[in-house]
Ligand binder design. Structure first.
Ligand code: NAI
Length: 345
């Protein structure tokens, strides 16, 4: 089976080649992203393998279908960049629902600690033998309230980590898992109470119509002054302009962003020699209390290996006509796992 692999990075090849050989799957690694301009590169391949910033919209799916491509293998959990409805009945779509929730949750905590203890500033100062502490006063996490939006795999690991720090958790999820609610240190609530009562807010839900810009002018207005916002989920969850205004007005005390709504042409690439065209991102990055990482929360050895292994298994399921819990289906406009029929959005 021949697969066109889009948006290849150096760390992808070794992980995928380790698992594909035994299954006789041949990957052709393209550095370019999959989109309407590049889709013809998939001619002659049985499938495509894509990541978070490949744009697999209806036009791309129509063309893939014309080219006889039968499978789209997402090497990530989120699938907001693929028009599942358009693919339905024509091209099979698989994802990797979980590869290391620890990687993302641990990165989220790393960002939080870096931000509130000013590690990013201290690192630069001490490199210059400047050992002054002025401006570095942080705050204890112990006893603080963290609002966690989305209590799936990653949200739950993040909650465990926060509990280790002695924090209280207010959780919100469209489909709550009441088994983690102890009515005290971990408690489900509605969005409004979460916004009003949290010292820190962390986003771990998927990007859907329901969650797009869940952090906006109105929700930020409800927040405590000095709230710390963490987003390691999807950029579209945050209205970046509203966030920028709230940082300027000192409503938001700090923001840690591993994702950004318009990250598509910027993140994962070296833009150091270019003029940054995105004024909102440039202004956010210029703020002393904003930390931006380039969608790197997933990037651990363990996660890369799990992603490659599951993607190859997904392709084998497709080739052998076996059912897979990782296949995505769309009926009546609702996307769900093909086996369990459980709505995912
Ligand atoms: P998951 O599917 O295990 O959990 C998502 C949770 O969000 C579920 O409990 C679900 O019920 C909940 N949810 C769905 N709609 C909601 C809504 N309208 N409001 C509140 N909650 C809602 O997914 P997982 O593995 O925990 O991943 C979470 C997100 O993390 C993914 O959607 C993806 O966007 C992001 N991610 C980011 C990575 C990175 O490198 N920065 C890597 C992997 C995932």
């Amino acid at each position: 089976m021949k697969i066109a692999f889009f948006d290849t990075k150096p760390y992808d090849k070794s992980a995928f080649e380790k698992f594909s050989g035994a299954e006789n799957i041949k990957f052709k690694f393209f550095e370019t992203k999959l989109n309407e301009d590049t889709v013809d590169l998939a001619a002659g391949y049985d499938g495509v393998c894509v990541f978070v910033n490949d744009n697999v919209n209806k036009n791309v799916i129509d063309r893939l279908s014309e080219l006889g491509v039968g499978v789209i293998a997402l090497r990530c959990a989120g699938f907001n960049n693929v028009d599942i409805k358009a693919a339905s009945g024509r091209i099979k779509v698989y994802r990797v629902p979980a590869y290391s929730p620890y990687a993302v949750a641990e990165h989220t905590m790393a960002l939080l600690l870096t931000s509130i203890r000013r590690i990013h500033k201290a690192y630069i100062r001490s490199k210059d033998f400047n050992f002054s502490l002025s401006g570095f006063t942080g705050f204890d996490l112990h006893g603080k309230t963290v609002g966690v939006i989305g209590t799936g795999r990653i949200g739950k690991v993040f909650i465990d980590i926060c509990r280790g720090f002695g924090m209280k958790v207010l959780a919100y999820d469209k489909y709550p898992d009441t088994s983690i609610d102890n009515g005290d240190t971990v408690r489900y609530t509605d969005r409004e109470e979460l916004f009003r009562e949290s010292d820190i807010i962390s986003l771990h839900c998927p990007l859907t119509d329901d969650t797009a810009h869940i952090i906006n002018e109105k929700s930020l207005d409800m927040c405590k002054k000095g709230v710390v916002l963490l987003n390691t989920s999807r950029g579209g969850l945050v209205d970046a302009e509203a966030l920028l205004s709230a940082i300027k007005s000192r409503k938001v005390g700090a923001a840690c962003l591993d994702v950004y709504e318009e990250e598509g042409d910027i993140f994962f690439e070296d833009n150091s020699g270019h003029i940054m065209e995105d004024d909102v991102l440039a202004r956010l990055i210029s703020m002393p209390n904003v930390i931006v990482t380039s969608h790197q929360a997933f990037l651990t050895e363990e996660a890369l290996s799990n992603i490659a292994e599951t993607t190859v298994k997904n392709l084998v399921s497709y080739r052998d006509g076996e059912k897979s819990p990782n296949e995505l289906c769309c009926t009546s406009g609702v996307t769900h796992g093909c086996l369990d029929g459980k709505a995912l959005s």
